[in-house]
Design a protein around this ligand. Sequence first.
Ligand code: RP5
Length: 169
Amino acid sequence: MTEQAENSGAVRVGIVVGSRSDIAAADKAADVLDELAVSREIRVISAHRAPDLLARYINTAEDRGIKVFIAIAGLAAHLPGVVASQTTLPVVGVPMSGGVADGLDALLAIVQMPKGVPVATVGVGNGENAGLLAATILAVSDPALRRRLEARRAAQAEAIAADPANEGL
Ligand code: RP5
């Protein structure tokens, strides 16, 4: 499949937030996926306040071509675990601050999944890393995407090397 064909089709990453108040982290994930030419969508569905809608979304996602979910939530932060309970697609969880101890509550809730239903958890509010992790998962079977990820890493390293503080190194 050509790079263009891979990118012109279905949405590959489903980003779900538990509330509109989490949207900034979703936008960070979306920005990095857009930069890497990975098609994505953002949905606002609370696991507690709209459970039937969430189930409908997850149940239809695979047929629509989604390969990875990013689930973003604060407070009790059940959303990533609930998504993972209803699919065997990989789920990346993003804890949000706003509750106890700047998001430590949500971090522990998401990372402490029971055996058998894993969620890959990134740092509090770190939508960028969630996007990168989703892209890395997709890159296992997408060599062109792997090359774009490698180029991004190289550019990152070059930017640090170019810092005036590192002159002569
Ligand atoms: C969680 O509760 C959401 O993910 C959000 O982080 C938090 C607060 O939600 P709102 O009260 O702003 O809708 O379910």
